[in-house]
Design a protein around this ligand. Structure first.
Ligand code: ADP
Ligand code: TRP
Length: 311
């Protein structure tokens, strides 16, 4: 079985765009590989300086993935900060790449283009991500297209190390989740937490209803297109056609139907999520860290010997 690894930054509440665009396809993909799911808490530290928020976000992202259906007995779910080999290997890669090379990375370039000052962590971000991936002889890295360049950086780091010290790291391949639909938000634009147009994934029925009722509709049209666009994710074309024909012009009825369909999808996941305790997540992450560390520490022993610090 090939090995898959991906990282998730612990940031905020998920919406149904995240579910259809990332969570659901990822849960499916994770069944085909030996899967490692890493919560990238040290990457989050490049932008977040709020301990209580970081703790909450870490707990949330763990629960979200378990509730969405990740098989925790098969997949290894762990926190980056629990496996110190990641930051150790990142340092070694940083000594192999040049400053101009890292200056080309999007995360850094975008920050500077906005006139902001990047911290050194953000600058070195791609080398920590390279370490995340390469420590585990990862074959496949599923990421959004915004992360493609970072996987290229990981391949580059592997090549530089192998050239300098002999064959050690496998060059990973990205798997861009391209064919998933862009889920529109309540205003018809891409659903995104930065646009405030989201429908929460683990919200209560009332919160879902409130978001659905706020979907922008054009009072001249027979069919509310933004309602339909979201509805199309939940029902097949035929049954959707029937529903919208039977309720021509009745926007309230169609929105009510959409609330019910979202609720039918979300309720079982929400119940599962509510039943998960923080202690269960702590145990799961401790177990994940132990399984990850077995591989990471063996790899680091080999690396230390190759670079000449083992005497
Ligand atoms: P946001 O735009 O809300 O900040 P993120 O950028 O954190 O979302 O995205 C997290 C994941 O969810 C990514 O893999 C992204 O491709 C996916 N995603 C986010 N919004 C949507 C959407 N509207 N439709 C489909 N996928 C989405
Ligand atoms: N940088 C990724 C993001 O912001 C998260 C991440 C960290 C990651 N390490 C990784 C993704 C390793 C894939 C593999 O989304």
């Amino acid at each position: 079985m090939q090995r898959l690894l991906t990282g998730l930054q612990p940031s905020g509440m998920l919406h149904i765009g995240n579910y259809f665009g990332a969570l659901k396809p990822f849960v499916e993909l994770s069944k085909e590989y030996e899967s490692f799911l890493m919560i990238a808490d040290y990457h989050a530290l490049t932008t977040l300086r709020a301990p209580a928020e970081l703790r909450t976000n870490i707990m949330n992202v763990a629960k979200d993935y378990v509730a969405a259906g990740i098989d925790t007995s098969a997949a290894v779910i762990f926190k980056q900060s629990d496996v110190p080999e990641h930051t150790e290997l990142a340092w070694i890669f940083e000594c192999l790449v040049t400053v101009p090379f890292l200056m080309q990375a999007h995360a850094y370039k975008d920050k500077v283009a906005k006139g902001l000052e990047a911290n050194a962590g953000l600058f070195n971000y791609p080398m920590l991500m390279a370490a995340d991936i390469l420590l585990y002889d990862t074959d496949v890295v599923p990421v959004g297209s915004d992360q493609q360049q970072h996987v290229e950086y990981a391949r580059e780091a592997a090549m530089k190390f192998n050239n300098a010290f002999g064959e050690t790291f496998k060059e990973p391949k990205e798997r861009i989740m391209r064919d998933v639909a862009i889920v529109p938000g309540t205003d018809g634009k891409k659903m995104s937490k930065s646009y405030g147009n989201t429908i929460p994934l683990f919200g209560t029925k009332d919160e879902i209803a409130k978001a659905v009722m706020s979907i922008v509709t054009d009072s001249n049209a027979e069919s509310p297109e933004h309602v339909y666009a979201i509805h199309a994710l939940l029902r097949d074309r035929d049954s959707l056609g029937e529903l919208y024909t039977a309720n021509k012009g009745k926007y309230k009825a169609l929105k009510d139907a959409l609330v019910e369909d979202i609720e039918a999808l979300v309720a079982p996941m929400r119940e599962k999520r509510d039943a998960i305790t923080d202690d269960e997540m702590r145990r799961m992450l401790a177990d994940g860290a132990e399984r990850a560390r077995m591989l990471a520490s063996a790899k680091m022993n080999a690396v230390r010997a190759k670079i000449g610090v083992t005497i």
